[in-house]
Design a binder for this molecule. Structure first.
Ligand SMILES: [Zn+2]
Length: 283
């Protein structure tokens, strides 16, 4: 029992054993999901399902936890190797497919304690949001804003607001303006301002250092979601009050300075179709 020294330096501080049965579904194994998964392994999480259909390309290695030796590998295969390299006792199930065309997704969600939502498109985020709300499974989503100016992390806690609630809330804030600014200008203006094609702008989420702030918050919120489901709360994992966080990396609209942090508590919105479908919206 004592021969495994993997967690020797943190186990007296942090109840690693309490995390042993926890199961995490990682939906999207790109730079965000991969980094969160690695941080979770190093925090003592052992059971993972990795879901992604992409292959690691040479353009990925400056942001992804998997380096050059994995170029040409499926991201689920590469990430599994990285996770097992940190802890050979992790259990990994790989699903190399597209979330939108995967009929078993609801079953995977239902059998997870928390979902790391790290896909790069809205339809898959909303599909997982709906299924998590329906099955009362928490998820945490992280998004890096265009050009890595900042990002956001939202933690869905059953009974509170969901991702669709968040969207309606954000319409009334300056953050949505900041994120969508690029969509509001014409194609010519975009080229003039940024010298890049629209697809490049949307696909240029910044340096790994910009993304790292977001993945650290993302991981923290996943550990918080895990701790909320355990009968005994692990030491050191204090409850995080708010369920939504916006982080600014640098003073670019809507941020005013470097390292700007805003926190919010998002309640269920009466107008949310997803939460209404789930029922129990009446108080
Ligand atoms: Zn909702």
């Amino acid at each position: 029992m004592k021969q495994d020294k993997t967690f020797e330096r943190i186990e007296s501080l942090f109840d690693i054993q309490l995390l042993a049965p926890v199961k995490v579904l990682v939906a999207g194994c790109g730079s965000g999901g991969g980094s969160v998964a690695l941080q979770l392994v190093m925090s003592g999480i052992r059971n993972f399902t990795l879901l992604d259909r992409d292959t690691l390309g040479p353009e990925n290695v400056i942001r992804h936890v998997c380096g050059r030796r994995f170029i040409g590998s499926k991201k689920v295969d590469a990430l599994m190797e990285i996770l097992q390299d940190r802890n050979p006792n992790v259990n990994v199930k790989k699903i190399d497919t597209d979330i939108m065309n995967f009929p078993g997704i609801e079953e995977e969600i239902r059998s997870s304690d928390v979902v790391v939502l790290a896909t790069d498109n809205e339809p898959s985020r909303y599909r997982i949001n709906e299924l998590c709300v329906k099955n009362e499974i928490p998820f945490v989503v992280g998004r890096v804003f265009t050009r890595g100016i900042g990002g956001e992390v939202f933690s869905y806690r059953p009974g509170l607001g969901c991702l669709a609630c968040l969207e309606s809330f954000l319409q009334r804030t300056t953050y949505r303006e900041g994120i969508k600014e690029i969509d509001l200008v014409s194609d010519e203006e975009r080229e003039k301002i940024y010298g890049m094609e629209v697809s490049e702008i949307k696909d240029s989420p910044g340096l790994v250092v910009d993304i790292s702030f977001i993945t650290s918050f993302h991981t923290r919120y996943v550990l918080d979601a895990v701790a909320r489901r355990l009968k005994e709360r692990p030491k050191y994992l204090h409850l995080i009050d708010e369920n939504y966080l916006v982080w600014g990396n640098r003073p670019v609209h809507p941020f005013k300075k470097h390292f700007q942090l805003q926190r919010f508590t998002l309640d269920r919105q009466d107008s949310c179709a997803v939460c209404v479908a789930k029922g129990g919206g009446d108080v």
